[in-house]
Design a protein around this ligand. Structure first.
Ligand SMILES: Cc1ncc(COP(=O)(O)O)c(C=O)c1O
Length: 307
């Protein structure tokens, strides 16, 4: 994705022009990555309304990530949702990607930003398929990264914090340089954690397995949605430690995330997964997921912010 194609951004309580959403070069977050953020999507429903998927859960995680870093976001979840609706409407989007962000602003430049202001931004812009236009249909190729996923003894892995993404960036870049589409990151104990920006699942003999949060993966909101949808439709779902070779021998592997949605993985390293095409369980979950989001299936209403 290149520069977002939006006209307006919500910036510290006001809608401003895209080019006016600026923070100072010496802001704490610019110097140290001391920000937190979210990613979520607004979808058009089958009857032409807008639906922000799991806005409450995303803003709850936004607050939690901030709290972990001693940062107080000066807006409630309800206020943030209203702000998001306003920036989507102002830009006249039906479907879009939403990027809330908060960070320590200009003030002390040392490592204690206690008295620095907190800047809060909500951007909305069009963003297609994160892993390529035909990724959801055809699947992607992933490599096991030489970088380990950040570890709970070093950084709080349940927080979605800007600085954490230097780790993901290295893994992603390495994978692309080697002509793969995405990286799979192991934790420092060698168990599978997740992708550089997605959670990971495997299917073996119709059982669906994903690493536990204690693997160091982000507690993904799409991960949770897919687990709940799968259970509702009768699949057995487990959270278990996985090794890279368990993935090699899976029937199916897929990534989940607000950006990746449900993306099949058809090759890992030198190994073809299953028959090398997206599997039936993955396709079934994709189908249910999008029908639920577009409100063609009237379930999980509590996940929707319709307007
Ligand atoms: C590192 C990482 N893991 C997993 C995910 C998926 O999380 P979610 O489903 O909440 O988007 C994301 C994206 O937010 C991510 O950046």
């Amino acid at each position: 994705m290149s520069i977002p194609n939006a006209k307006f951004i919500w910036f510290n309580g006001r809608i401003v022009k895209f080019e006016d959403a600026k923070i100072h070069a010496l802001s704490h977050c610019v110097q140290y990555g001391s920000g937190v953020f979210e990613g979520m999507r607004c979808y058009e429903t089958h009857n032409k309304k807008r639906n922000i998927f799991r806005a409450v859960e995303h803003f709850r995680r936004f607050h939690q990530s901030a709290n972990t870093y001693y940062m107080k976001i000066p807006y409630s979840i309800d206020e943030l949702i209203e702000a998001t609706k306003s920036v989507i409407k102002e830009n006249d989007f039906k479907e879009c990607f939403i990027r809330p962000w908060a960070g320590f602003g200009l003030g002390a430049l040392g490592l204690n930003p206690k008295n620095n202001p907190v800047d809060v931004v909500i951007a909305a812009f069009y963003w297609g398929k994160y892993l390529g236009e035909d990724a959801l249909e055809k699947g992607i190729r992933a490599m096991t990264s030489s970088w380990s996923r950040i570890n709970q003894r070093i950084l709080p892995t349940t927080a979605k914090a800007s600085g954490h993404y230097l780790n993901s960036m290295l893994a992603k870049r390495e994978a692309l340089e080697r002509n793969f589409d995405e990286a799979i990151m192991l934790n420092i104990d060698g168990y599978v954690a997740e992708g550089s920006g997605e959670n990971i699942f495997m299917v073996k003999s119709n059982k669906i397995i994903t690493p536990p949060i204690s693997s160091g993966c982000l507690p993904g909101i799409t991960r949770d949605a897919v687990m709940q949808i799968a259970k509702k439709y009768g699949y057995q779902v487990y959270e278990e430690n996985l090794t890279r070779d368990m993935l090699y021998h899976a029937d199916e592997v897929f990534f989940t995330g607000n950006a990746a949605e449900i993306t099949p993985v058809v090759q890992i390293d030198h190994m073809r997964i299953g028959n090398g095409t997206p599997g039936n369980v993955t396709k079934d979950l994709q189908d249910k997921f999008f029908k639920i989001i577009r409100r063609e299936i009237d379930e999980f209403n509590e996940w929707m912010t319709i307007f």
